[in-house]
Ligand binder design. Structure first.
Ligand SMILES: C[S@@+](CC[C@H](N)C(=O)[O-])C[C@H]1O[C@@H](n2cnc3c(N)ncnc32)[C@H](O)[C@@H]1O
Length: 274
């Protein structure tokens, strides 16, 4: 084990990401890019995720040969970049993704957090697709600078917080202005950017739809029990109230309008200028 690898008991084991892959059958772990008339179906979600991935691949600058995919998830982007002829490496601190990547992609995998990594560098492009939010902003730029070849590129596509007072919605994602401020003071220049917030909203709408169906299912399944045992039901509700309240407070995370008011999902391509 290299010194940068997390000890097995400390390795990430992101259950939400496992749920997407193992239960929903999604190989890609990001929001995707939807078309306005897409129906809210699983097939449309998968097509939206493929569209987003194609957009990232089309955005790879000319002349790039070697790519490091930071927070590579299940390795789908690496696999498709490799098919296009790029030399790729994946990085993730998640123990399940390590195993899935090994099965799927014939390429080096770095089992570590980016901020703890000790890589040799020499990359033409570093990609962070919905993984930048997990890495301290200063480390995103500082380490990328060390690992990139002169004139190399850093591609970041992720959501950021624009309203710090939006409760649960403000809790995940870097502060948008802080991110831009740190980027501006470093040796990177923005060469292209695109706000894709409108393109991701249907992922929230479909998730909200599923959440409603799960609640309705629970209501139907407990109906008989509630009618026959009203007192026992009251006790069960009392014990479960903390979890229920938490789930309800997090329901706002699936509200597409509130997301668009509090957050911005943006694509950035930076170039190392000195
Ligand atoms: C939402 S998933 C995105 C996966 C993939 N890039 C995609 O677009 O489908 C976030 C990824 O970031 C990884 N990650 C979390 N913390 C990280 C860190 N500190 N350094 C590097 N990757 C990290 C997770 O293990 C996961 O692979």
């Amino acid at each position: 084990m290299s010194s940068s690898e997390p000890a097995t008991e400390k390795a990430k084991n992101d259950r939400a990401l496992r749920f997407y892959r193992d239960v929903l059958g999604l190989e890609r772990l990001h929001y995707g890019m939807w078309l306005p008339d897409d129906p809210l179906t699983m097939e449309a979600l998968q097509a939206a995720q493929k569209r987003y991935e194609d957009f990232l691949i089309e955005s790879v600058p000319d002349g790039v040969e070697s790519i490091l995919d930071v927070g590579c998830g299940t390795g789908e982007l690496c696999l498709n970049l490799k098919k296009k002829g790029y030399s790729v490496e994946g990085l993730s601190p998640d123990i399940n993704q390590k195993a899935v990547f090994a099965e799927k992609v014939d390429a080096p995998f770095h089992f570590t957090k980016f901020e703890d990594s000790k890589l040799d560098g020499g990359y033409d492009l570093i990609i962070m697709s919905e993984s930048c939010q997990y890495i301290p902003i200063d480390k995103v730029f500082e380490i990328s600078q060390k690992l990139l070849n002169p004139g190399g590129h850093l591609m970041i596509c992720d959501y950021f917080v624009v309203d710090q007072d939006a409760g649960e919605l403000s809790k995940s994602g870097h502060d948008y202005n802080e991110f831009l401020r740190v980027a501006e003071f470093g040796p990177f220049q923005i060469v292209s950017r695109r706000d894709i917030t409108p393109d991701i909203r249907k992922s929230l709408e479909i998730a909200s739809d599923w959440a409603d169906k799960i609640l309705l299912g629970a209501d139907i399944l407990t109906e008989k029990f509630r009618q026959r045992n009203p007192f026992l039901w009251k006790i069960a509700c009392w014990f479960g109230r903390g979890k229920y309240e938490k789930a309800m407070s997090q329901r706002v995370l699936l509200d597409a309008d509130k997301f668009a008011a509090a957050k911005k999902y943006e694509f950035f391509l930076f170039r190392l200028v000195d």
